[in-house]
Design a protein around this ligand. Structure first.
Ligand code: SAM
Length: 326
């Protein structure tokens, strides 16, 4: 009953500070799990605020809650369910403390001692009547892999993305955050920019200086809100798009036809590449960073059409050692 609604949300019962908990439970950061903790409540509140409105009927999944700084900010927003997926079991006790605080406030906190890369969201959130938010101060070591996995899920409308309004509010190394959001022609434009912008609209919300974390990482950190597009820009299968975009960007400083041509076997490579660029209506002397998402997707369409007549090309790997001819 003493709970008051503040600008940052509901007030939680008094708790020891995160700093004190880390000391008390001797939770030294482990480098191999990319652990850098946020102790400043204003920053954790700001990250959660970037996720937008969280209703009492919503579900939040937090990746890597650690000692629970962002977790507290999420609880102040009062979701109905909060799933915490944390690989390091040392944090279980501090997270259980938060679960006890949340229970009388009509919030259900579930703690999963698991790897997010293996976590089965459909099993834990079987129906799709409630909106889901994905939030996390991600471990650098897995952030890009997790994002790409989630784009794959998004393209197949599975996992967290059976609804098209599941937003991701995530941290990345500043340079990676800038690459995700980089527009055509910018120096940071890369494979990750194009992949991100095919299925989502990524927005760089703000930068957190490295010194705000304990221990301090070598780099600053960017908070990105990744909003799924209501209509993705392609219906092509994810692995095909991923393959084409990867090849296009494999030779960054060269004309884009160079990387793209390595999708094709050596016999007739030049002519086929030229024909596919013509079909896609893309100038083959542009550099990869100058290509728009639409142009990359037209090149993917042209490659997909080519595979219909030449299905064996799908397995071609230009890096594989040349096969002996008998
Ligand atoms: N959320 C906390 C904060 O902001 O202070 C901790 C963030 S720390 C950068 C990343 C957290 O992710 C750590 O608690 C780490 O143990 C956890 N983690 C690392 N790899 C993970 C994985 N594969 N699955 C789930 N959690 C992981």
């Amino acid at each position: 009953a003493s709970a008051r609604i503040l600008s940052s949300g509901m007030r939680l019962p008094p708790l020891p500070s995160i700093r004190d908990l880390v000391k008390l439970y001797k939770l030294q950061a482990m480098k191999q799990l990319s652990q850098n903790f946020l102790m400043d409540e204003r920053l954790t509140d700001k990250i959660v605020k970037s996720a937008g409105r969280i209703d009492h009927n919503d579900i939040v999944l937090e990746v890597g809650p650690g000692p629970g700084g962002i977790t507290r900010s999420i609880l102040r927003r009062q979701p109905q369910r909060l799933l915490l997926v944390e690989k390091d079991a040392r944090f279980t006790e501090t997270l259980q403390l938060l679960r006890e605080c949340a229970r009388p406030l009509d919030m259900e906190v579930e703690i999963y001692h698991e790897d997010i890369l293996r976590f089965n969201i459909e099993q834990h959130v079987p129906d799709t009547t409630q909106r889901l938010h994905l939030i996390g101060n991600l471990p650098f070591a897995i952030s890009t892999r997790l994002l790409i996995n989630w784009f794959d899920d998004l393209s197949r409308r599975r996992g967290a993305f059976r609804r098209n309004d599941t937003c991701m509010t995530l941290t990345f190394q500043k340079e990676v955050a800038e690459r995700i959001c980089a527009q055509v022609g910018s120096e940071q434009r890369c494979r990750l920019s194009v992949m991100s912008q095919i299925w989502t609209e990524p927005v760089l919300k703000f930068i957190i200086p490295g010194k705000a974390f304990v221990p301090k990482p070598q780099v600053d950190v960017g908070v990105v809100k990744v909003i799924p597009l209501k209509r993705p820009k392609t219906e092509l299968p994810f692995p095909l798009v991923e393959r084409v975009v990867r090849h296009i960007f494999s030779m960054r400083q060269k004309y884009c036809r160079r990387g793209y041509s390595t999708l094709l076997p050596p016999e007739g490579r030049e002519e086929t590449t030229q024909a596919l660029f013509q079909r896609a209506d893309v100038k083959d002397t542009m550099r990869p960073f100058e290509l728009s998402v639409a142009e990359c997707l037209r090149l993917a369409d042209a490659y997909a059409d080519h595979l219909v007549a030449h299905p064996e090309v799908a397995n071609y790997d230009y890096r594989a050692p040349k096969q002996a001819l008998n």
